[in-house]
Each structure stands twice: as C-alpha cells, then as structure tokens.
Design a protein around this ligand. Structure first.
Ligand code: SF4
Ligand code: SF4
Length: 303
C-alpha cells in the first residue's frame, strides 16, 4: 500500500489535491481512499489530508502516521512545531516540498531522514492559473507523478471529475490540465522500497461506556478557554505597528475580528501574536497606514 500525507494551509486546495490524487489512482485501476482532517477552522490554518493507494482492498482507516509519500505544499509550515509536517517520515518516505529552498540545506536544517524532492510550484501555478497559492492540481500532479501509480491521462480525467464537480468551466479545467502536465514533466517517479513494517498486534478490545449526550459531545463548558487555542501559527504574514505613525485612534482594535488587539496603559494598540491569525484586516483599516505586514519567516524581532 502507498500511504500519502499532504500538508498545507486552509484555502490552498489541499483537500482537493488529495481528492484528485485518490480519483486518479482509482481511474488507474487501483483501490483508493482520500480524506482531509481539519476542524472548524479557516483560511490559513494548517490542514492535513491523506490518500491510500493499493491493489488490494484497503481495510486501514484513519490518519497516516508514517507516510510513504509526504507532500508538503507550504514550506512556512516546516518549522512550526505545532504542525511538524515531517513527523513520522523515515528512511522509506519520499518527501516532496513545494519550496524555493535547496534540498540539501533543508535536509540538514530540519534533520530530515532523506534528501527531499523540492520544486517551486508557485511560478508554474501562477503561469497557468494566475495565483501561485492554488495548489490543488499542482500538488496532486506532484503526488501522482512521484507515486508512479497514475498517468497524466488519469490525472486529467480526475481533474475533470473533481474540479468539474466544483463548477469550473471547460477553459479553466484545461488550464489546470496544462499545469498538471508541466508538473508531471518536471518530476520523475520515486522508488518506493518495501517498508519493513512491524506486524500489527491487536490489543485487548475496550468497551466504552455509553455516556449521556451532554457529557459525550464536545461542549464548551467553561468561558474563556479559547485562549488555550494558540492560532498564531495559522499566519503566513503578520502585522507590525509603527508607533511613530500611530495616533492611537484604536480603529485597528475595533476592526480586528479576533479581538486580539488591546490598548496598553498609554492607550497604544498592542497585538497578541499568540492569537493573531494574520488576516491583515487591521493593516487595511488603519487610516494612518501605520501597520506594515511582514512574512512570517522574517525576523520576529521587527515586531
Ligand atoms: S488604526 Fe492605525 S493609527 Fe489607529 S491605533 Fe491602530 S495602528 Fe494606530
Ligand atoms: S492581522 Fe490584525 S486584524 Fe487580523 S487577527 Fe491579527 S491583529 Fe487582528
């Protein structure tokens, strides 16, 4: 079985990438399974999706802890300890990273178990779709090509089915298929050696007690517990207030949809970066243009 795990951010089409990959594998005559895993979150939040491809019926379910093929669509997630996209990768894992960074440097810096396959999908995606952030087709094409399990024809058919179901017109489907062809041509199938798996030993079956709905459902029973959900790692860019320009009007405080801008004792706005999600509405709303935006990987000292 080929176990594939995909990482990216909400809005990049990671779930759709897994669907296209799963459908292409199915059309190629394999058994396939694909599904995403995310909560009630939004654009920018880390997202993970999975696909399993095999020639025998797939009886395994649930998230993939040890992937054979790892597709990392957004390199800003690499050093986020809350996401740890390379977690579970071992010497049998083929790691693909959508990045402009060098493979050897990434391997050394992140202690990856092997040299990753790197390719910058952004320029190709921009060329065909006009927006480098839409990864559904380019990441699916990278996964399909590296997997060696699907042809370009199968991938194109899967694009027609999956993106056609979303209502894309013929011209846009063709642009996506041209993008898939270019990604396919840029990569080569990886070699997947037989993983030396430890046999699974069934544990003792545990019978769970039936609980009352109010007890079993994920109810929020205490106020103020959202503080514990640190959403700062959803950001790809962050706002920085230039206090030389700021006149303390606090419009940013009023407009921040997350309520993470507070006024300090002198009335100056202060951003709580543990919870700021990086929507950058504050920067747009500031009448003094006193809020700059920086990419997350730029120096945190500039905040
Ligand atoms: S909106 Fe701009 S000027 Fe007003 S308090 Fe916020 S940063 Fe300062
Ligand atoms: S970017 Fe600005 S408006 Fe958006 S969550 Fe952060 S502080 Fe609030």
């Amino acid at each position: 079985m080929l176990r594939v795990r995909l990482h990216g951010r909400g809005g990049q089409g990671i779930k759709t990438a897994s669907q296209i990959l799963g459908s292409a594998a199915f059309l190629a005559g394999h058994q396939a399974q694909d599904f995403p895993l995310y909560g009630a979150e939004r654009r920018g939040a880390p997202i993970v999706a999975f696909a399993r491809i095999d020639d025998a019926p797939i009886l395994e379910r649930g998230p993939i802890a040890i992937p054979d093929l790892l597709l990392i669509g957004d390199d800003t997630l690499l050093e986020d300890p809350q996401v740890a996209p390379a977690c579970g990768a071992d010497e049998w894992t083929t790691i693909f990273i959508n990045t402009e960074q060098e493979a050897l440097k990434l391997k050394d810096r992140l202690s990856l178990p092997g040299l990753p396959v790197v390719c910058s999908l952004g320029p190709l995606t921009r060329k065909h779709l006009g927006d480098p952030r839409i990864l559904s087709v380019s990441l699916a094409a990278a996964g399909g090509r590296l997997s060696g399990r699907v042809s370009l024809d199968h991938l194109n058919e899967a694009i027609d089915i999956e993106l056609g179901a979303l209502g894309l017109d013929r011209q846009t489907l063709k642009k996506n298929q041209d993008l898939a062809a270019e990604v396919f041509a840029a990569l080569s199938p990886a070699v997947f050696e037989e993983r030396q798996e430890k046999p699974l030993v069934a544990g003792q079956l545990k019978v769970l007690e039936q609980q009352e709905v109010a007890q079993a459902a994920p109810l929020i029973t205490a106020t103020g517990n959202m503080q514990e959900r640190k959403t700062g790692n959803w950001r790809v860019q962050h706002p920085v207030i230039d206090y030389g320009e700021c006149n303390n009007c606090l419009i940013c405080y009023a407009r921040c949809p997350e309520g993470v801008i507070a006024a300090d004792a002198e009335g100056k706005p202060v951003i709580d970066y543990d919870h700021c999600k990086g929507c950058l509405i504050c920067a747009q709303e500031c009448p003094r243009h006193a809020i700059r935006t920086l990419w997350e990987r730029e120096s945190h000292e500039q905040r």
